[in-house]
Ligand binder design. Structure first.
Ligand code: DUT
Ligand code: MG
Length: 156
């Protein structure tokens, strides 16, 4: 049986009272990797093909631990079926960011799309991070790959 690790607790603030009419972002199943984020919109948002808009969530999350980061990712259904993805492809949320979570929504498809207020438009994933120190050197110890890259492996 898989051991469930203890979940980090993240402080969250509600920045707009309309958000209170909906549940806070949460994992919809035991195994969900992401929590869906809703679009805080005053009215339906029409997006022509190619349009990109920065959309509020009305939420701020302070991760507070440099060994963690947040990622905003597209929802697969919206991305694949409707072409609604993210203008920055992936949103990276620093652990010291305390501002509103913003979602850059990009209609990369061929159809006009209308997003409804509080529609679930993206998902928030918490990920581990390792911060590195850079050690400046003149040469590296030998490795099997060396500087071969971009498709150099697997050639017969
Ligand atoms: O989709 C996103 C991406 C980023 N952010 C917030 C959180 C993140 O910590 C901050 C800065 O993001 P990033 O470092 O990716 O942007 P930047 O252009 O490098 O800005 P900065 O100079 O502030 O680091 O903006 C969002 O709310 N949504
Ligand atoms: Mg940055």
């Amino acid at each position: 049986m898989t051991q469930i690790a203890q979940r980090p607790r993240l402080d969250i603030k509600i920045l707009d009272d309309r958000v209170r009419d909906y549940p806070l972002p949460h994992y919809s199943t035991n195994g969900s990797a992401g929590m869906d984020l809703r679009a805080l919109l005053d009215e339906p948002l029409a997006l022509a093909p190619g349009d990109c808009e920065l959309v509020r969530t009305g939420l701020a999350v302070h991760i507070g631990d440099p060994n963690l980061a947040g990622m905003i990712l597209p929802r697969s259904g919206l991305g694949h079926k409707q072409g609604i993805v993210l203008g920055n492809l992936v949103g990276l949320i620093d652990s010291d960011y305390q501002g509103e979570l913003m979602i850059s929504i990009w209609n990369r498809g061929q159809e006009h799309i209308v997003l409804e207020p509080f529609e679930r438009v993206a998902q928030y994933v918490l990920v581990p991070v390792v911060q590195a120190e850079l050690n400046l050197v003149d040469s590296f110890d030998d490795s099997l790959r060396g500087d071969n890259g971009f498709g150099s492996s697997g050639r017969h």
